[in-house]
Design a protein around this ligand. Structure first.
Ligand code: SF4
Length: 375
């Protein structure tokens, strides 16, 4: 069975004030982490029934570019001994600081063919507001180094709606992005997560996010500018040039199997959802005692799996096919959700085309509300 493989790299140089991903601001001990991850992979191998063929690999984080190319070389060798590991798409998330042509060439050589750069903003004002370490100059240098090192599939991560951002700031940023011309973009709205310094600052009234209608205008401006420039808006927050959708992330959005290694990683296999606790110390301890570090969070019933496939599938702008859902789960979308769909179609949040249902642009903006109809 085809599956996606994710590695969580839980190390960062420092914590960004808005981030609630699991990472520790420490220098990675590569040997120890490699040994632990490969031990975890062995334990999974003995626990999984059936063979998985990994067709994508994604190193996310944290900051995966804090680990050396030789870490990944050894990891890939180890994974190749355990699994059918011949991924066609190998993504490395990287932050501009610490990158140079030499190291990027080495990452390319060990097999990475897709680079996801955490730019977050293309203005000094935005980088400051987000508390990022790199400068704009460093970001541009990382992009040209990536190109010269042979990365032909470049994705950039950006955030909109940061404190102090105006529509004009965003328009200038979009002009800069079009000059860089990445193959793929992830453009996320800044969401203050509880427990982060940004959340505290907002709660104390020391900083403010743009008004909600400005944020909606920003979302629409991004959609219009990137669509006009030939990008396909294929997921709520993701855009791609033709042929450059993120194959790895499609496994998540299509509710297909994926295995996650490392503390904080999630896995979805045979309708079971697992999560490895986000704690490096506990992770090392469990593996040194040969214990399974992941926790089985829930086993989805066929109907729960069907609902989840709809909710995730509607994140994709192509939407879901009732026929495919029926073949996969044995439930009739139009019958089970007839009342909900009547309301959603009447309010124009959803569009029906043949056997497909997809979000309208208004539905995309209000996707959190649409989701509630299928829970
Ligand atoms: S570099 Fe990325 S993962 Fe690390 S703290 Fe900043 S936003 Fe979070």
């Amino acid at each position: 069975m085809e599956a996606a493989l994710y590695l969580h790299v839980p190390f960062c140089r420092q914590k960004c004030p808005y981030c609630d991903f699991y990472s520790v601001p420490t220098k990675p001990e590569e040997k120890i982490y490699l040994k632990a991850v490969l031990r975890e992979a062995e334990i999974w191998k003995s626990a999984i029934s059936g063979d998985l063929s990994f067709v994508t690999f994604y190193a996310g984080g944290g900051t995966p570019s804090l680990l050396s190319p030789s870490f990944y070389e050894k990891l890939f060798e180890g994974l190749g001994r355990l699994f059918d590991f011949r991924p066609e798409e190998l993504t490395l998330e990287a932050n501009p600081e610490g990158l140079n042509r030499g190291i990027l060439t080495a990452y390319r050589k060990v097999g990475f063919n897709r680079l996801s750069l955490g730019l977050q903003s293309l203005s000094e004002k935005g980088l400051r507001a987000l508390g990022r370490r790199h400068t704009l100059e460093k970001a541009f240098r990382a992009i040209s180094d990536a190109r010269e090192s042979g990365f032909e599939n470049l994705s950039v991560d950006l955030i909109f709606g940061w404190p102090g951002e105006t529509l004009e700031d965003l328009q200038r940023e979009l002009e800069g992005i079009l000059r860089i011309s990445p193959e793929h973009l992830s453009y996320y709205e800044l969401t203050p997560e509880k427990g982060t310094p940004l959340f505290e600052e907002l709660a104390a009234g020391r900083t403010r996010l743009p008004e909600e209608d400005t944020v909606v205008s920003m979302y629409l401006t991004i959609h219009e500018s990137l669509s006009a420039a030939g990008y396909h808006h294929y997921e709520i927050s993701n855009y791609a040039r033709p042929g450059h959708t993120c194959r790895h992330n499609l496994f998540y959005w299509k509710a297909l199997p994926y295995l996650g290694l490392g503390p904080g990683a999630a896995s979805f296999l045979e309708n079971k959802r697992y999560r490895t606790p986000p704690n490096l110390t506990l992770y090392y301890r469990a593996l040194s005692e040969d214990k399974f570090p992941a926790i089985l969070e829930e086993t989805l019933s066929p109907e729960e799996a069907f609902r989840e496939a709809i909710i995730l599938g509607l994140r994709l702008l192509e939407g879901v096919s009732a026929l495919e859902l029926y073949r996969r789960f044995g439930f009739d979308l139009f019958q089970i959700f007839s009342q909900e769909l009547e309301k959603l179609l009447k309010t124009g949040l959803i569009i029906k085309e043949g056997d497909r249902l997809r979000l309208s642009l208004r539905g995309v903006i209000l996707s959190n509300q649409v989701k509630l109809y299928f829970l």
